[in-house]
Design a protein around this ligand. Structure first.
Ligand code: GLU
Length: 473
């Protein structure tokens, strides 16, 4: 039976794919993959004013970047409006829904009265049992659900446990508006049913909707899918997640230099746990994922943890794939275009050679880019102030002599350049550091850089000798 699991990710395209949405998508994806089922993607674009093409593109792009693939075609909720209408009319015909002719003024008065009396049920049922023959001719009616007025609506949530609402507090929901457009609540139920969704996994901001949706399921005599409402992600201090604390779009995480695998790993642990395991390969995640591992309390977003995890993934990645990631991220960072223009076979090879040492120091691809600056620096190098201060006439003369010594190295291996440098230092009665620092300045334009022997090896003989010549007298 396990192959019948169908989950769905159902974002509203009113903004970017934010981090909470990405986690919801991941959980749905993992659950479907674990059980050999399907994850469907439904774009909830019924709010025509707020839905945009840019947001749809950002969502699809974000999912692709995170490598969360969905099964089948993307389903656009708006395109199913006729079907939603048909279901509302079916409920009407079955006596499970009714036309409501209340005017906006009447509804406002009802709402105010309910609020003044401290009731959460806002609609007073004025058209529930009224004969439509008495309807005003100038009001286009809505269709409302004839919801139960007594008893309870109960959801056995896989995360929240048993959640109970008193029906007397719930309104007769509008299913179809006066202009014939379906409401969101109806659309979700009809789509989930028609798409064969067996498991709904979403943020717990939708828990109250679950009660309303359950009433629609009951009226339609459709089976309610399994429900899991995941606690939202909070900021590190427990407050609502703010931008500063990570409430960003997935595209922002890409631009900050995080790897998709690291972000997935970080997200899976935001609200779900499996013993005390922190690092999960994709296969391990799929294997271990279960609804019972989702916690009931809000997860807290922790940038430092994400960064450390990302550093781990960078160190684990093979050098060639990091070169690829490096190139990819250039499309999303300010300095990217300039660096891209300098990518060629030589710089790519240099980057690959530099990767073993660069990746030890970088927690993000941005730090990797920063560490690789010396590869892409134009000759003659622009020196930073500290470096410039170090280049006195004496050190320039030293660089000239050192260049001559290095020029004698034909087989430009790390070992040979190191030997040449050590010999040079000895012959000149200098400590290695006194030679390395001017060399570093001449080769990188800065007083800090990756290990000097790495720099020598990465740049290669020709480029090193040329940079030394630029600074020598
Ligand atoms: N469209 C809703 C959202 O983006 C999700 C609805 C659902 O998962 O049922 O929050």
């Amino acid at each position: 039976m396990t192959n019948s699991v169908v989950t769905r990710f159902a974002p509203s395209p009113t903004g970017f794919l934010h981090i909470g949405g990405a986690r919801t998508a991941l959980f749905n994806w993992l659950y479907a993959r674990k059980l050999g089922g399907k994850m469907l993607l439904r774009i909830e674009d019924t709010d025509r004013e707020r839905s945009t093409k840019e947001a749809i593109d950002a969502i699809l792009d974000g999912l692709k970047w995170l490598e969360l693939d969905w099964d089948g075609d993307v389903i656009y909720q708006f395109s199913r409006a006729a079907r939603h209408r048909e279901v509302a009319e079916g409920l009407l015909a079955a006596g499970r829904a009714y036309y409501c002719y209340a005017t906006p003024a009447e509804l406002t008065a009802m709402r105010e009265k309910a609020r003044a009396e401290g009731r959460t049920r806002l609609y007073d049922g004025m058209w529930r049992d009224r004969d439509p023959a008495t309807a005003p001719s100038d009001v286009k009616p809505t269709i409302r659900l004839k919801a139960p007025q007594t008893g309870e609506t109960v959801i056995e949530d896989q995360v929240q446990g048993r959640v109970v609402w008193q029906n007397e507090n719930l309104d007769d929901l509008v299913l179809l508006r006066g202009d014939g457009t379906p409401t969101y609540m109806l659309a979700v139920v009809v789509d989930d049913h028609d798409m064969g969704v067996t498991h709904i996994i979403r943020g717990d901001d939708h828990l109250i909707n679950a009660a309303r949706q359950k009433q629609i399921y009951d009226a339609l005599e459709w089976e309610l899918p399994s429900m899991s409402h995941i606690p939202l992600i909070h900021g590190p201090d427990g407050s609502k997640l703010s931008k500063r604390h990570g409430a960003l779009g997935v595209d922002a995480y890409r631009a900050l230099g995080y790897l998709p695998a690291a972000l997935r790993n970080y997200l899976v642990r935001l609200g779900w746990s499996h013993g005390d395991q922190e690092i999960f390969s994709t296969e391990e995640m799929i294997d271990a994922f279960d609804l019972s591992g989702i916690g009931r309390s809000a997860a807290r977003f922790d940038f430092a943890k994400l960064e450390n995890l990302n550093g781990h993934y960078i160190r684990q990645s093979d050098d060639q794939s990091l070169v690829t990631q490096f190139e990819r991220v250039l499309d999303y960072v300010p300095e990217g275009a300039a660096l891209k223009a300098k990518l060629n076979d030589t710089t790519r090879a240099q980057l690959l050679r530099a990767m073993p040492s660069l990746k030890e120091r970088a927690k993000t691809l941005i730090e990797l880019i920063a560490g690789a600056y010396f590869i892409f620096a134009d000759r003659p190098l622009e020196l930073d102030p500290k470096a410039a201060a170090l280049l006195t006439p004496d050190t320039r003369a030293l660089i000239g002599r050192l260049r001559t010594a290095l020029e004698a190295v034909n087989d430009w291996t790390a070992e040979n350049t190191e030997t040449a440098m050590r010999n040079f230092a000895e012959q000149n009665n200098l400590k290695l550091g006194a030679v390395a620092q001017p060399l570093r300045v001449a080769l990188t334009g800065r007083t800090t850089s990756p290990g000097i022997f790495d720099v020598l090896a990465v740049l290669g003989r020709q480029e090193c000798l040329a940079r030394l010549a630029d600074q020598a007298v």
